[in-house]
Structure formats: C-alpha cells, structure tokens
Design a protein around this ligand. Structure first.
Ligand code: NDP
Length: 487
C-alpha cells in the first residue's frame, strides 16, 4: 500500500485509514440496498449533519480580517498595559457584523454594525467588543433581551415587526440617541471600512502607581465616512447580499489595507463625580469639548482569513477579556456583557472555546480547569500539579498584577434608571450637527419604517422626537403625511 506523504496526499477517513472509493457506496448488488457496514459513507453523512453550529443570537452575520495595532503616543502615565505602550505592535483580528439579521441576511440593511476586536497581547487577549455607534438603545441590561426580541422575528408571522420596534422605542426614551444615529446616514455604511468603531462603554486604564482614569476608545476611519441611501441600498441588495464580505475581502486581496486612528477620551474620577449625567450610561457620549479625543495609535487590517469557519465563525469575543492596565467601569451594560458573552460562547462553542486556535492567547496559558467535552490540550504543568495550591511547582497567583481597588458607594436597590436622566439633550446635539439634507433623509428613513405601525405608537414616538427638537417631530410628521396612503 502506498504511504501517505505531503506531496502525495490520499483521501482518508477521520481515523486516517485510506479511502479506496469515494464515488460508490457499498451495496448488495449494483441496484442496492446499501450496507450498514459502509462506514466511510456513514462517517461522511454524520459529519455533514453536524456542519452547522448555533448562530449568534445577535451579530450573526459578519466578516473579518487580521491586522495590527501600533501605538504612536506615550501614555505610560495612564496605563501599564504593554499593548498600549508607544511603539508596540500587536496582532489583532476584527469582526464586522450587522446586529439584527440572521446568517443569511443582506449586509446592506439599515442596522447597527458590530466592530469587535481581539488583540493578541503578550499579556493575554484583550477584546474590545464595540459597535459603529458610540451609544446604545438601552442602558439597563434587564432591557436587552426585550429590545433584541423587537429586532428579530414576530413569533406568529415570522416576519420583522416595525410595530414591535417602534412600540419598544416609543416606550423607552433612552433609545432616542441611538435611534437618531440608526436612521441617520451613518445607519447604512457603504462598507465596514467606511465607518468608525467605538468601544462605546466607559472602561478604565490604570498605571503602575495604581492610579485609575476612565476612558472611552474610538477607532476613526481613515477611509472617510460613506453611506448609502435607502434607495441605493435596495439596488445594491438586488445585486448582492454579501457586499461587506466582498468589499473587505476584495480590498485586502488588492493590497488596499484599511486603517483607523485609535483615539481615547479620558475622564478622571473627580470629573466623573462632577458630571451632570451618568458617565457610565451607555446611551450617552462624553462631549468632545469636555473630554477631547487623544490620538494614540493606528489600526490596520492587512490579511484575510484562509478559512471563514475556523477564523470568523469560531471567533469568540468577550468584554471579560481585559489585560493588566485595562479595567472595566460601573457601566451596567458592560457588566452584564462581561457575563453574557462568555456564557454565549460556552453554549455556542463549548467549554474550551478559548483553546480553539483562533481564540487561543499567543502567550503561555496556565490554569487548573480540568476535563470536559473536547478537552484536547494539556495544562503543561507537572502531572502532580492538578489542583491548587500544591507543593509540586504548579503555577501560582502573582499579586503584583492586582487591579487597583474600585470604591463603590451607595445603597443597593433597583434604582429607576429613567429618573433624572436627560434623554433629549444629546440626541438634540446630534440633530443640530445634521445639515438640511441629512435631516431630510433622517425624517424619510424613519417615516418609511412607520407605514404599518398603529397610530398611537407613532404619536407617542413623534412626541419624543418633538422633545428632542420641534423640527425633528415636524419633519417626521411631514414625511408621514406624504406617505401613500397617509398613516
Ligand atoms: P462634537 O461636535 O465635538 O462631536 C461630533 C461627533 O459627532 C464627531 O465625533 C463626529 O464623528 C460625529 N458626527 C458628525 N456628524 C455625524 C453624523 N451625521 N452622524 C453621527 N455622528 C456624527 O460634539 P459632541 O462631542 O458634543 O457630540 C455631539 C453629538 O455628536 C453627540 O450627542 C453624539 O450624538 C455625536 N457623537 C459624539 C461622539 C463623542 O464621543 N462625543 C462620538 C460620535 C458621535 P467624526 O469625527 O467621525 O466625523
């Protein structure tokens, strides 16, 4: 029998046995039936049945690429994270996605875009799981599953439901800011290269002296912002549903490597205490005039994955992945994501998802977790050191890595997150940035989705737009009146 070589590979079963015939199944007589003994056939069918894994509940449709983050400014006074030291270049993989659509959804639907980054730092993986918008629709994680249900399919019709969307939004004034961005030009970017990425949440940086500041991360596109109108997007979707995959993959294959400027905004604890709004509220930005963005690095994407499934579909991000010198904040949405993302991956990919090649840190990993489904790697500790503490030289904690303590004050209660929150000023500031053309498209984009929504829901939402700015409410009403038939 010929031996297997790299130069002359022959087909085998998963157990390595040569396959002598890949065209004909094993039958009793040339007309069949098939024998149960045909194990190459059975193995092939069994694998085929198991090719799909659960798609992500949100951000199911995505594309991604490899690249580097290069730090260009010295911020040692803010953080000891090696990934953020000037001159450091860190390998990264980025995944862009739409929020609501399923795996087969068209890329050019009006939606929030995911902008998720995994930095393979020498101190462990740092994941920044952001969006192309600096804010979100809700500020309390108790609202998140309800919100997502309104973006997904109606249980009876199995269709997307504008009624559910506007019902929820009109009953949730904290969504106004994100709704205004979603229906503005930036709600429909031409490609992932032509949009910003925002860490969105407040995070923290801490230095070797144990001093902490709050930060926001922004990745500003260096390709410029480009968007489609609704009409242009309909045309594009008629030609391709994979416009983002095509654009990103094509640009990188052609050597046109997209770049983003990494900026941070910095807020001290004293600033946070003086802030008239909750700086850890995910529906709010930190105004640039008060917290000017500081440029600290450049992100470049320059390599396409060779295997979409292993590199992008198995790619698992979690805000729980931070490294020494980078910390979380009291943002309630961030805190829930710290739990929920890792939990989702354990469900989707299994207990050992962090050991998959695409998720595996590029630094040594030492822990005492044992066994479980698909446990295929060793801990590389001595065999005796399989518990902790032990006397056999196994890995031990190192308190020099401790994050500075976070002071928490106040009563424990279910505080009403809407009490005292100004949900109108920041959407108003955004609305005032729009020129006449941008405003006209905003009004038309909103009205177009309201056509079949019951009047009381529309009236409640228009009332919220009025409170942002009278022109906002009036503009949407004028577009609704022009609809045929009028709502
Ligand atoms: P600034 O005028 O200093 O900042 C304006 C920001 O808005 C810029 O980052 C700009 O992004 C972005 N922007 C400009 N045009 C649009 C648009 N058509 N759609 C969405 N974003 C746009 O003001 P403030 O910092 O006081 O913020 C005012 C409003 O701008 C906020 O309420 C918020 O809605 C929006 N915004 C603020 C951000 C922040 O971190 N402060 C970040 C993004 C938006 P770019 O530089 O990429 O052009």
């Amino acid at each position: 029998m010929p031996s297997q070589t790299d130069q002359d590979p022959h087909l085998t079963t998963t157990a390595g046995a040569p396959v002598s015939d890949s065209q004909n199944s094993l039958t009793a007589g040339d007309r069949g039936p098939i024998l149960l003994q045909d194990w190459p056939l059975i193995e092939k069918l069994a694998h085929f049945n198991r090719e799909r894994i659960p798609e992500r509940v949100v951000h199911a449709k995505g594309c991604g690429a490899y690249g580097t983050l290069r730090i260009t400014r010295d911020i040692t006074h803010l953080t000891c994270a090696r990934v953020l030291q000037v001159g450091t270049e860190t390998p990264v993989i980025v995944r862009f996605s739409t929020l609501a659509g399923e795996m087969g959804a068209a890329d050019h639907e009006r939606d929030i875009r995911g902008f998720a980054l995994k930095f393979y730092t020498e101190e462990g993986n740092w994941d920044l799981v952001g969006n192309n918008t600096p804010v979100f629709f809700v500020r309390d994680p108790l609202k998140f599953p309800d919100f997502i249900h309104t973006q997904k399919r109606h249980p009876r019709t199995n269709l997307r439901s504008p009624t559910a969307m506007w019902d929820f939004w009109s009953l949730s004034p904290e969504s106004l800011h994100q709704v205004t961005i979603l229906f503005s030009d930036r709600g429909l970017p031409v490609t992932p290269m032509h949009m910003n990425g925002y860490g969105s949440h407040a995070y923290s940086l801490w230095n070797d002296n144990g001093e902490r500041v709050w930060v926001k991360f922004h990745f500003k596109t260096r390709q410029g912002h480009r968007f489609y109108t609704n009409a242009e997007a309909v045309d594009v979707i008629g030609r391709t549903r994979e416009g983002y995959q095509e654009a990103l993959f094509g640009a990188i294959e052609a050597g046109l490597f997209p770049q983003w400027t990494l900026q941070i905004q910095i807020m001290t604890q004293a600033d946070a205490e003086m802030s008239p709004y909750n700086p850890f509220d995910l529906t709010k930005v930190w105004p640039h005039a008060d917290f000017p963005p500081v440029e600290i690095g450049i992100l470049e994407l320059n390599r396409n994955p060779d295997n979409y499934f292993t590199d992008i579909e198995l790619l698992a991000f979690s805000p729980s992945n931070v490294v020494r010198g980078i910390g979380h904040s009291p943002d309630k949405m961030l805190q829930s994501r710290i739990f929920a993302y890792a939990d989702a991956h354990r469900y989707r990919l299994g207990t050992h998802y962090q050991a998959l090649p695409i998720n595996r840190p590029q630094c040594p990993v030492h822990h005492y977790h044992k066994d479980g489904a698909m446990r295929f790697f060793d801990n590389a500790a001595t065999p005796e050191a399989y518990y902790e503490p032990n006397s056999f030289g196994g890995p031990v904690e190192n308190r020099s890595f401790s994050e500075p303590p976070l002071q928490i004050e106040g009563l424990t209660a279910r505080f009403d997150h809407r009490t005292g929150s100004d949900d109108f000023s920041q959407p108003r500031a955004l609305f005032m940035l729009f020129d006449d053309g941008q405003k006209a498209r905003l009004f038309a984009n909103i009205a177009a989705t309201m056509q079949d929504v019951p009047a009381p829901i529309i009236e409640r939402q228009v009332d919220l737009f009025e409170q942002v700015h009278p022109d906002y409410g009036a503009g949407v009403c004028a577009e609704l009146d022009a609809l045929d038939p009028p709502f």
